[in-house]
Design a protein around this ligand. Structure first.
Ligand SMILES: NC(=O)c1ccc[n+]([C@@H]2O[C@H](COP(=O)([O-])OP(=O)(O)OC[C@H]3O[C@@H](n4cnc5c(N)ncnc54)[C@H](O)[C@@H]3O)[C@@H](O)[C@H]2O)c1
Length: 473
């Protein structure tokens, strides 16, 4: 559904009116308009900084330079020593950050390696680096911090400082969203340093346009991370609920990156499913996710034609909203069975027969499972259950060289949200740091990243793709 307010405030009349009477103007987000590129930061300036004692500078500089970025530094910053040393050792050229208005392109991104923080007092290095350069970030820019996960640190002062970064990035996300800029934090355990390359590429490019204010902890990868372009070529992917909305967009985006998609949907949606699959050369499977033989039907369809599954996206989901006191048992059962029970049963079956080694699974949760909504006890329970489930199953998939993660959408412009009454719909789409609803493509981009071997260091995690929705923060 069109966001008419956003379109209006970007028309010439709307722009002047909004400026005259002080109406908020949601930014027009820059989204990816094609497949992943091998040098997605080509021609972009990225300002890099570090704290004293930073340990991720080498992989960070290699990744940014490999992605085509022009690297800039603030030569007078007190924490620069590790970065300069790494740049010299790797023979990577860094330039001084030009003064505002010097005619040079603005910084597309500001990236800070905070892995060396050993005490709260050292957080001043973060302030000294980020505060003066905020105004120089281009529209739709990126702010990214790298740290060591607090859970991996024993020292009290270091653990405190590392945890402080979470509050910093969540607050900053709420300040910089007005021009489409995002702010996120990646927590890197030792052993995963080399895996940051593809993760940086996701967070620093338009593929993550609606992801802000998030903390993503990485895990030590089972396999070496690979660049996303081409990594899904020849992979076999099953997407449930693929006839329309978010599922259709996930199917299209996986196909865009080279995967062969089997789109599954309820037999009542067979027409829409056929249309979506025809567009992407995919195969339709009309099957209810709650059918008792769903897993064996999937395994036999896939086995016959493709051998096995590399990717499964559990996207099918429904709402049946009612205050709990008025909720009939069949509303409860239906939502629990489709949104949660079916995921467990299908995976259980496919783990016996259907998944290939290295299979990657992505489940769709919701911020409704994090913040909760009146009238959605059933839905909220399922979407929170998904978060616990991916956490619990991470080691099972890791043992087979794969992973299982979840994406939690916020307010996304689909048939589901178009059916909401005007008032709640308008509130729902504005109460986030980017002042607008997301598009199905935003979820599809995150799912595609998680489904690819590029996200080899992400397992058991749930990433909110919600523009930093103010619910459940
Ligand atoms: N739209 C949002 O704002 C939003 C927000 C958070 C989470 N989500 C989640 O994203 C997912 C997709 O949502 P959407 O907005 O695209 O919804 P949608 O209603 O547009 O699409 C859901 C699809 O799932 C299919 N489906 C439903 N029951 C099925 C069953 N028993 N077997 C097979 N297929 C079945 C439907 O036929 C439909 O094609 C859902 O899991 C939803 O809970 C959506």
């Amino acid at each position: 559904m069109n966001d008419r307010y956003l379109e209006f405030t970007h028309s010439s009349f709307g722009k002047s009116l909004a400026a005259m009477i002080g109406l908020p103007t949601p930014p027009r987000l820059k989204r990816a308009d094609g497949p992943w590129e091998s040098q997605p930061l080509d021609g972009k300036a990225v300002l890099v900084g570090s704290s004293r004692g930073a340990t991720l500078v080498g992989p960070l500089l290699s990744a940014l330079s490999g992605a085509g970025a022009t690297l800039r530094i603030v030569p007078e910053h007190s924490g620069l020593a590790p970065l300069k040393e790494a740049a010299a050792a790797l023979r990577i050229t860094v330039h001084g950050n030009p003064a505002d208005g010097a005619g040079e392109p603005r910084n597309h991104a500001v990236v800070f390696d905070a892995s060396g923080l050993s005490s709260p007092a050292q957080l001043r290095e973060l302030y000294d680096f980020v505060q003066p350069v905020l105004r120089g970030i281009a529209a739709n820019g990126r702010i990214l911090l790298l740290s060591r996960a607090p859970e991996s640190l024993q020292d009290v002062a270091a653990k405190t400082a590392s945890t402080a970064l979470r509050g910093f990035i969540r607050s900053l996300g709420k300040e910089v969203g007005k021009n489409g800029t995002t702010a996120n934090l990646i927590e890197v355990p030792t052993g995963a340093d080399e895996a940051i390359d593809p993760v940086l590429r996701f967070f620093l490019t338009p593929h993550s346009a609606y992801v802000t204010g998030q903390v993503l902890p990485l895990a030590a990868p089972q396999t070496r991370g690979v660049a996303l372009p081409g990594s899904l070529e020849g992979k076999i992917a099953l997407v449930t609920g693929a006839a329309r909305g978010i599922g259709a967009s996930i199917a299209e985006t996986l196909a865009r990156e080279g995967a062969k998609v089997i789109g599954m949907d309820h037999p009542s949606a067979e027409g829409g499913l056929g249309e979506t699959m025809a567009k992407i050369g995919g195969v339709g499977l009309a099957l209810d996710v709650t059918a008792p033989d769903a897993a064996t039907r999937i395994a036999s369809e896939v086995g016959k034609n493709f051998g096995g599954l590399d990717i499964v996206v559990h996207n099918a989901g429904i709402t049946r909203d009612k205050m709990l006191r008025n909720m009939p048992a069949h509303f409860w059962d239906m939502v629990l069975n489709i949104n949660l029970g079916a995921i467990l049963k299908i995976n259980e079956g496919l783990l016996k027969e259907g998944f290939r080694d290295g299979a990657r699974v992505v489940c769709i949760s919701s911020i409704g499972g994090i913040g909760g909504n009146a009238g959605q006890t059933n839905y909220g329970a399922t979407k929170a259950g998904v978060i616990g489930y991916v956490d619990a199953m991470a080691s099972t998939f890791a043992r087979r060289g794969g992973a299982i993660n979840a994406v939690a959408p916020g307010f996304i412009e689909t048939a589901m949200t178009a059916a909401m009454p005007f008032g709640p719909r308008e509130v729902g789409r504005r109460i986030n740091s980017l002042s607008q609803g997301g598009l199905p493509q935003d979820i599809a981009e995150a799912v595609t990243f998680f489904a690819s071997p590029a996200a080899s260091a992400v397992n058991g995690r749930t990433l909110r793709v919600c523009g930093q929705n103010f619910f459940g923060q």
